[in-house]
Ligand binder design. Sequence first.
Ligand SMILES: [Zn+2]
Ligand SMILES: [Zn+2]
Length: 365
Amino acid sequence: MSDNVHAPTLDATRVGTAAIWSGTNDRFTIETPRLPDLRDGEVLVRTEMATICGSDLHTINGDRSTPLPTVLGHEAIGHVVATGGQVQAADGHPVTVGDRITWTIGTSCGQCRRCRRGIPQKCQTVRKYGHEAIDDHWTFNGGFAGFVHLSTGTGMVHLPEALPAAVATPANCATATVTCAARRTGLTSDDAVVVLGCGMLGLTAIAYARDAGCTAVIASDVDAARRELARRFGATETVGPEGLATATQASGADVVFELSGSSRAVQSALEVVDLGGRIALVGSVSPAPEVSFEPSRFVKNLTTVVGSHNYRVDDLVEAVDFLSRTPAQPALAELVSAPYDLAEIEQAVAAANTGTAPRVAVTMN
Ligand SMILES: [Zn+2]
Ligand SMILES: [Zn+2]
């Protein structure tokens, strides 16, 4: 064995469990591949919990193609069981065996034009967890497995042991996507905030806006139960789409988070935003009907519209800090189902497809 290959000091079997996804026909098989010999800078994590994100469901339901076979899942947390030499977390502290961590959903090289321009999530050589074909070295490349093999270029962030797993697990997709969108709009405590869509991201955005000190947070959703839930996360007013114009005229709309992905909601974001306002378009991750707008109003109103997809590692640091301090922790935990065992991945997916819980959890026993 060469100096830069590190065998994890694990049980003698040196294998782990993984739910291998082979496409919409062959679906999942529970397999026990050999654990990797780590290269310099790599980390092996024993998965504590993974949650099924909407984008996993897009793949499983055949709405999005992915290289096969693969291990799906990217919202996950775990404890480090081995490192390839010395590895640093985003804050510069070492990542060592036993540490509880979360990590960026993709790698970034730090060198390419996009990385240098501050959009490492669009790195020209990005490899995303839960979205790549497995190979001989990188088999444990998604969250629906007993271990996750973190590649070099992955941003790692320590998690407090006291943070409940159900609160911490969505940090590296849902929560960090929200903190990134908030950063990109320059959210401040003075802003009247509008949140369109009260699913996992929307409810997180409401709590995050309150955490930022915003005193007016209007939440809008077509679903009455979700509007009720929005109140628990700190929304100061909740409305259906038909009530949005009236509500925003009264309270203002300085920052609008569009998290639903509905073209009608995007249209209303463009219509209700105030002079000097900023709109973050986040929910529209697959093609949708076109939206039209009258440009002079944007010019004269100094409107900013930003698209925001995924996040940078500093947004993940902020996400973990936010989750650690927010009084919405119990409400966030309730968005996550009781965990299914990895062997029950099909039942977990079926539960996620019902949409009853914004997130369905999977653990490895
Ligand atoms: Zn996700
Ligand atoms: Zn790069």
